[in-house]
Structures are given as C-alpha cells and as structure tokens.
Design a protein around this ligand. Structure first.
Ligand code: C2E
Ligand code: MG
Ligand code: MG
Length: 624
C-alpha cells in the first residue's frame, strides 16, 4: 500500500511533538496555534493512512464503504483544518487587530471555514484504488481542494504583504512552509500515485519548528530562565491581545566594585533557582543581573515579590543587595514600547522598592515628549542661543558672555535648558545639540559685530556627557576653522560629573584644544558637581561660583570665610572668578569687594537673544 511516506511523516511529527512538548514554553498565541497545528497534522496523517487502508479494503475486499467514506471525509476535513490553521497563524500575528476591514476579513474566513467543514460533511464523496493510485473524489473533495487553495494562497499573500513587519527568517520560513504544501498538492493532483500532501505538511512543521517555534531558543543557557528576547515577544503578545499582567523585577547590586566570576555566578544561579521555585509563572533573565517574573494576578505578584525579598534579606554570605521594581498593572502603559521604555528607565533607579503607578508613567511620557521636542527643534532649526553678558569688574565693561541654549516651540514659546538638557544628556541628543549651539556661536562671532562692540570671549557650556560620547575637540576645531574664529574667543565651561575614565578623555581633549588657544572655565563650583580636585588638576582659566554658593555668602558665615579664603587661593593660582546669579546692587558690591573678576546675573542682564545682546553691548560698551 502507498503509505510509506505517510508513515515517515508520522514519525517526523511525533519527534517534533516530543521535542516541543518536553521543553519549557511560554504561553504565546503563536505557540498555542503551533500546538494546534501539530495536533491537526498528526491526526490528519493518521486519517490519511486510515483512508488509504480503508479505500483499499473497500475496493479489493468489499469492506463497508460508508465507513470508508466517513474516514475519507474526516481526512479531508482535517486537511482543510491544517490550511486554516496556517492562515490563522499568519493572520494573528500580522493582520492589524483593531481595523474594521481586518475584523471583517477575519470573520469571513472563519465563516468560510465553518461552512466548508459542514459542506464537506454533507456533500457526497467517492473513492477509488488501482495499484498504488488511491484517491477520493466528488463534491466533498472538490470543496476541500478549493478551501485548501484559498487558505494557502491567502497565507502566502498576507506573508508577502506584511513581510516588512517580520524578521527575514520568519518571512522565508512562512513562505517555505506554505510553498511546499502548495507544490505537493499540485504534484499530487497531476500524479495521483504520489501521495505527497501528508509528507509536505509534516515537512512544513519541521521548518516552522526549527525556524520559528523552537522553545529552546528562548532559554538562557546558564540559568534555564527565559531570555530578554522571550520577554519582548511575550509582552508584545500580551499587549496585542489586550491582556493585562503584573510583573516584578529584581536587580542584583554588588556591594564591592570588583566582583569575581564565582561570586557573580553564585548570585545569579541562586536568584534563578529561587525564582523558579516561586511557582509556575514564567521567569526571565533580562540582563546579566536583572530578573523578572510575570503574573496574571497582581496580588500573587506582590505576595511572590515579598517572598523573594524575604529570601534575599536572609542571605548574608553574598556581597550583594537587591532592588525591586513592581508593575502591578501593565495596562497603565499604552503598549510594549512604552512598557520597555519604562523598564529601561526605572530599572536604573536606586530605590530599593519602586512600584509603578500613573505618576511615573506620566513622568516617562513627559520625558519622551521632551526627547521628541529636541529632535523636532534640531530638525526644524528651532534651537536658539541666548547670550548673558558678564560684567568685567576691572575694566568696567561687558567683554565676556555666556551662550545659553533655548528651544523655541512652534507656538513661539521659549523652553529653558533646565527642562531639556538633563534628558538630552541621557539620550545622547546632547551631541547634536551641543554641536548646533557651537556652530551658532561661531556663526555669530564670524559676523564680527559683537567684537566691534567690545566682546572678547564667549563661554559655551559642554556637558560631561559630551565627553562620553564623542571627542569634543573634533567639532570645536572643525567649526573654528570653518568660520575662521580666533580660538581665544572661545571659552568652554565644563562641570565634572563623569567617571574617572571620562575624565581622562576630557583631559586629553582639553590639552588638544588648549594648544590651539581655546580656554576653559569650571562651571557650577560649589554645587557638589565640582570640587577642589578639579581646579587643582584641570587646566581651567576661570572658576564660576554657582549662584547657590554665592547666595550662601550672605546667609552662612562659615561659607563666607571659605569663599574669601578660596578667592585668595584662586588668585594665587592665577585663576579668575566669575560670580553667577547676582541679582541685587548689594550683591554686586559685596562681590566687587571680595575681588571677583566677572559678575554674571540678572542685575545686569538676563540671557537675551542675539539682536538684544548686540544692542546691550553697544549701549554699555560703545563701539571699540
Ligand atoms: P549654567 O551654565 O550654570 O548657566 C547659568 C544659568 O544661571 C543660566 O540658566 C542663567 O540664565 C542663570 N542665571 C544667570 N544669572 C542669574 C540670576 O541672576 N538669577 C538667576 N536665578 N539665574 C541666573 P539657564 O540659561 O536656564 O541655563 C541652565 C543650565 O543649562 C546652564 O547652567 C547649563 O548648565 C545648561 N546649559 C545651557 N546652555 C547649554 C548648552 O548649550 N550646552 C550644555 N551642555 N548645557 C547648557
Ligand atoms: Mg555655564
Ligand atoms: Mg553655572
């Protein structure tokens, strides 16, 4: 009998089923469909073999032909079910969920499937066998052929149309799966002796299993927990089907700066084991030292998280502590992108236990809006530079100024840097932003008007983050050359928040620029962002006393003595002092008496746009 291929296929499907069901799996929609597809393929093969056996028995040995007809019908109904599952598999992950046309299409295809199955059951079927040729025919079989063709072709079309929505490997696997099936059906139609369809469907399952549904791909090699990739797919699946979930993450923080491999492995493995023991819910390792578990119920999540925290508190032999981020309801985030942005942002939080709530999500949204605002301003040239003059005490004029960035919104409203610089530093947007500011200042200086009114130097702020991402010496020299600016006209204001490693990069860059004639100031002195070490070891020309520091002069006698002493030291080191944030005449007088070189503050002028600044220089310095 012509059942060798079917038996082979049955063996293949059995092997895949064993491998698939043995592995730890995530409860994903595609996975469930794949399980259904394996079961359908398995049953279909059984009925394929049975139908061949029964047809032969009926034709050659007079076996009851009604029973054979039922078996043949069940076989073709299962065959159509397989085609239908292929379509559902593709459409579930690819077709939009909420659009009306997709809903109508889905309902129609489900309806057609139901109707087709009923028709196949009711319509007559015939069968024949001669030699190795065995087949069924009649209206019922024709419906099966037509429906299979509809589902296979629809699946291929959906796959082609939405190919950009999936990775290349998924695209190829889907096409191969359906293509092999189609080819086998055509060959079997032309050459009925070649009963290829059953074998082709099992071969399709192999491709699907290896390329798309192999659960072990989602497992972390060393802990056996699910990977970040798995979390991404899982969370997308949950949001796509509108299912809320709760989650807790636990992050290990080592208490020593150097952690040896054994300690790290020990901490990681103990955490992984503890998480697995918590219950059947899926646990993920989402970073070297960060783990999470997802729950359907938030009370269970809180209870399990408390359990983990208690277990951790009882561990005394590891130089590590844990921080926990709890998300009771995933639906406070509007989708997977926001969910992962939330995770990325708040996992870094040092707080021991942080519970996600609407306020945190709002904060995150505000940050995203600012990120977009910066991008938009850069794209549409709405980054502006304001200038704030410094009063030169000795020369009694305004010969230096600070360039301060602003963003002008489409509405004309001006956004101050305090609202966007910290975020730009975090996102890396500080790089293009810093370059834009620098270019604008160079363009301004290249016109020569400010110089005509006595301006000698412009101070430009450079964040420590700029040294982390790029070498600032590169763009500074590039624009100085492009706009033919005398490097002595540029003073870069730096603060120090960066780590020792960046400090070295910073020093290297500073040396290169100093050689060209650019000078430096240490900004925000007295705020804790800069300390004595920096002016001793950094080649800075000026120290800028932050206004919170100078204010203290009037309120705190100890600070007063520190400031007076410091002025003396700085002058002995040949450094100038700029007092920031001076708003009243009294403050001006005190600063002058103390011997500061420059005074910057609202008393003289707020930061103002280019035109106003030129007028200010002309009115107060005159033409030089
Ligand atoms: P900063 O460099 O310390 O700039 C001085 C800040 O003090 C400016 O705020 C200025 O407007 C403000 N200020 C000056 N005089 C007074 C005063 O008398 N009273 C008060 N209350 N404030 C005064 P602004 O322009 O809002 O800038 C804030 C910070 O944003 C700057 O602090 C600087 O750290 C950063 N920033 C500004 N522009 C840039 C830039 O182009 N690049 C980078 N990386 N940071 C910038
Ligand atoms: Mg500054
Ligand atoms: Mg400052």
């Amino acid at each position: 009998m012509n059942i060798e291929l079917q038996c082979c296929a049955l063996f293949i499907i059995f092997t895949i089923a064993v491998m698939f069901f043995r592995e730890k799996r995530l409860d994903l929609m595609n996975r469930k469909l794949f399980q259904c597809a394996i079961c359908a393929c398995f049953s279909c093969l059984i009925f394929d073999i049975l139908s061949i056996v029964f047809i032969n028995m009926s034709v050659h040995r007079g076996f009851n032909s009604d029973i054979t007809r039922i078996v043949c019908k069940l076989y073709i109904m299962l065959l159509v079910l397989q085609g239908y599952l292929g379509y559902v598999y593709a459409s579930t992950s690819l077709l939009p969920r909420d659009e009306t046309w997709a809903k109508i299409a889905r309902a129609s295809f489900h309806g057609i499937f139901g109707l087709g199955e009923v028709l196949m059951l009711l319509l007559p079927i015939g069968f024949t066998a001669s030699g190795r040729m065995v087949y069924s025919f009649g209206p019922s079989t024709s419906v099966a052929y037509a429906l299979s063709a509809v589902y296979i072709l629809t699946t291929i079309i959906i796959t082609m149309v939405y190919r950009l929505k999936m990775p290349g490997r998924r695209f190829i696997a889907m096409l191969l799966w359906q293509g092999i099936w189609l080819l086998a059906a055509v060959v079997q139609f032309i050459e009925p002796e070649l009963l290829l369809v059953g074998f082709a469907s099992s071969f399709g399952m192999v491709i699907l299993y290896i390329q798309l549904e192999n659960p072990s791909e989602f497992l972390d090699g060393s802990t056996g927990l699910f990977t970040t990739n798995a979390l991404s797919v899982y969370v997308h699946d949950k949001y796509r089907f509108g299912k809320s979930f709760s989650m807790f993450t636990a992050k290990i923080h080592y208490l020593t700066t150097y952690v040896d491999y054994n300690t790290e492995q020990n901490a990681v493995m103990r955490t992984a084991r503890a998480l697995v023991k918590l219950g059947p819910e899926p646990a993920f390792r989402i970073d070297d030292d960060t783990f999470c578990v997802l729950y359907d119920d938030k009370n269970r999540m809180f209870e399990r998280a408390a359990n983990i925290k208690m277990q951790k508190d009882n561990v005394t032999d590891l130089p590590a502590k844990g921080t926990y981020l709890l998300i009771p309801d995933s639906l406070i985030m509007n989708g997977p992108d926001e969910f992962f942005r939330f995770l990325h942002t708040y996992l870094e939080c040092e707080q021991e236990i942080l519970v996600a709530n609407e306020d945190l999500v709002q904060e995150l949204r505000a940050q995203s809006n600012i990120r977009e605002m910066i991008d938009d301003a850069l794209k549409n040239d709405r980054v502006e530079v304001f200038y704030q003059p410094f009063y030169n005490v000795k020369k009694d004029c305004f010969d230096e100024a600070e360039a301060l960035v602003r963003i002008r919104l489409e509405s004309g409203e001006i956004v101050p840097p305090g609202r966007f610089i910290p975020i730009a530093e975090e996102t890396g947007q500080i790089i293009p932003l810093g370059i834009r500011v620098f270019e604008k200042v160079c363009l301004f200086l290249s016109k020569g008007e400010a110089e005509k009114y006595g301006l000698k130097q412009v101070h430009i702020n450079v964040s420590a983050a700029q040294f982390d991402y790029e070498n600032p010496a590169g763009f500074v020299t590039r624009y100085i050359e492009k706009y033919h600016i005398n490097p002595r006209r540029i003073n870069l204001e730096i603060t120090e928040t960066a780590a020792a490693q960046s400090r070295e990069i910073m020093l290297r860059n500073m040396t290169r620029l100093l050689e060209r004639g650019v000078t430096f100031s240490l900004d925000d002195f007295g705020t804790g962002r800069s300390n004595i070490d920096y002016f001793v070891n950094m080649p800075v020309q000026n120290i800028k006393f932050d206004y919170t520091f100078t204010r203290e002069f009037f309120n705190n006698d100890k600070i007063k003595h520190v400031l007076i002493g410091l002025m003396d030291i700085l002058h002995k080191m040949d450094m100038g002092v700029v007092a920031e944030g001076i708003e009243t005449e009294e403050h001006v007088k005190v600063m002058k008496d103390m011997g500061v070189e420059f005074i910057q503050g609202f008393y003289y002028s707020k930061p103002i746009p280019e035109d106003g600044f030129l007028t200010y220089l002309r009115d107060n310095n005159g033409e030089s």
